[in-house]
Write a new protein. Structure first.
Length: 209
């Protein structure tokens, strides 16, 4: 699929399999989500620009590479997206963190916004919009639209598991958005859940029903 990257590293696939298991508890689920988010971060940030600087090693002076100063914001879609923040922040500690609050109406399956707090300079930052599940694509599409209304210009969508329907929905409205996932599953069921999926990521993350 165009503008879709599946990060199929063996460690990611192994950890994801444990997360999918219905007997995996919230503690392990949280830890695994943090670890996978960090591992996915390597792929998501591979195009960050570098510049040359001069440093001095214990042996001699040399030209070395450093990040050229691109600003990054990590924006989780509440609530499950929070579970991916720590892994990415550990990789990019200078990143700022915003929050977008959306929930899916159980009747219409449409997203409803209830919270938005972003860095003041959001238009200058490369944004990693994170949510473990890309199911119908409604929440992701609403979040992208909201970020663009706030001035965001450079957005990457980072998900753990996606349904083909969700990817199609996002790219129907925003074909330029790069999507990074650990797996593309079979389909959505009649309730809008990903199959085989891993259940409700928020409930499994926080131990709620």
């Amino acid at each position: 699929m165009k503008n879709v990257t599946v990060t199929d590293h063996p460690l990611i696939q192994h950890k994801l399999s444990i997360m999918r298991d219905k007997d995996t508890g919230s503690k392990d689920f949280r830890e695994l989500l943090t670890e996978i988010a960090m591992l996915m971060g390597y792929e998501v940030t591979k195009d960050l620009n570098l510049k040359d600087i001069e440093i001095e090693t214990p042996m001699r002076k040399m030209k070395a590479k450093t990040l050229s100063g691109k600003k990054i914001a990590i924006v989780p879609i509440l609530r499950a997206g929070i579970g991916m923040v720590d892994g990415l922040v550990s990789l990019i500690p200078a990143a700022k963190v915003g929050h977008v609050g959306l929930y899916r109406d159980p009747e219409t399956l449409k997203p409803v916004e209830y919270y938005c707090k972003l860095p003041a300079d959001i238009e200058e930052r490369e944004i990693l919009l994170v949510d473990p599940m890309l199911a119908t694509g409604g929440s992701a599409t609403a979040a992208i639209e909201l970020l663009k209304e706030k001035g965001a210009k450079n957005i990457k969508l980072v998900n753990l598991v996606a349904a083909p329907e969700g990817i199609e929905e996002v790219h129907k409205y925003f074909p330029d958005i790069e999507i990074f996932v650990a797996a593309i599953d079979e389909k959505l069921n009649e309730h809008g859940y990903i199959v085989p999926g891993l259940g409700d990521a928020g409930d499994r993350l926080f131990g709620t029903k």
